[in-house]
Design a protein around this ligand. Structure first.
Ligand SMILES: [Zn+2]
Ligand SMILES: [Zn+2]
Length: 293
């Protein structure tokens, strides 16, 4: 009798393993797989006041830079990626302000995350503490960003850390100025993610990088006039700019002077408060853009 029970249990166990294996194979390779279009896709997600940018590589890796303030990120992500896709390869937190880290707490609850990259900045807000605790609890690899550092994402496709210049001695007295700045390059096309850096850091970056010319700029600090100097915008020479900002926000972002600087530089500018999520795709040579509204 007991022998039979073991036998039955074993058969049952084997069946379960088989079903799981088949299902995983199907999930990965057949029903739910998106075709490899050779396109790099970058969405600047409308999370209200805050920043959240999703990078999807041609071979389907997903990198999320910041997550806005609230659980709105979940609703917005579900419009972009399949509901069966609950894995994000890499999360990057530019800096610990709540309009960047808040939503990542909801991401950590709902998604499996491969790795997290951040600066190690010190801050004791409940959102940031909860973010670090969840990463520890789930045993996710947490790394402090290095410089120089290039994250290879595919053929002729990489994310280069532009700032901070060193992983040591991060000065957390102005968190905006701890923001990770990263350049994404896919063949001839480039994107610059800037977090909330202010003018001192813009200037420091220009001193370190003589050629910062990019195609798409995520405008620093929601279009604040404490960032976005004429010198920085001139050096970046973006064709497209994205201002990630909430409607009627308390800070009065974006500032008119920044909008006119972009206009003067003939930069085609998009705003998440007016146009919703802004979606770019690149085949490595050309960039196209569509807006949600
Ligand atoms: Zn911010
Ligand atoms: Zn900030």
């Amino acid at each position: 009798m007991f022998k039979n029970f073991i036998k039955v249990s074993f058969v049952f166990f084997v069946i379960i393993i088989f079903v799981v294996a088949v299902f995983r194979t199907i999930e990965n390779y057949a029903f739910f797989a998106k075709a490899d279009t050779g396109l790099l896709e970058v969405d600047f997600i409308d999370v209200g006041q805050g920043d959240a940018s999703l990078i999807r590589t041609p071979d389907k890796q997903e990198i999320l830079i910041d997550g806005g303030e609230s659980e709105k990120i979940l609703e917005e992500l579900s419009k972009i990626i399949s509901p069966f896709d609950k894995y994000i390869d890499l999360l990057i937190l530019t800096h610990p302000h709540s309009d960047h880290v808040g939503g990542l707490n909801f991401i950590l609850d709902e998604y499996e995350v491969g790795q997290v990259l951040y600066t190690g900045a010190i801050h004791n807000s409940p959102e940031y503490i909860s973010f670090l605790e969840k990463i520890k609890e789930k045993e996710i690899v947490l790394e402090i960003v290095d410089h120089p550092q290039k994250i290879i994402l595919g053929d002729d496709l990489f994310l280069e850390i532009v700032y901070p210049f060193s992983k040591e001695n991060i000065d957390s007295s102005n968190l905006n100025n701890t923001s990770i700045v990263a350049k994404l390059a896919y063949k001839d096309t480039t994107f610059l993610f800037t977090g909330d850096i202010e003018e001192e850091i813009e200037e420091a970056i220009l001193e370190n990088y003589s050629n910062l010319d990019v195609d798409v700029l995520k405008v620093p600090h929601h279009g604040s006039d404490t960032s976005n100097t004429v010198e920085f915008l001139d050096a970046v020479q973006a064709d497209y700019a994205v201002i990630s900002v909430g409607a009627n926000n308390y800070f009065g972002h974006p500032k008119n002077i920044v909008i006119s600087r972009l206009e003067r530089g003939n930069v085609e500018t998009f705003r998440t408060d007016l146009q919703g999520t802004i979606s770019f795709s690149s085949n490595g040579e050309n960039i196209s853009v569509v807006t949600e509204k």
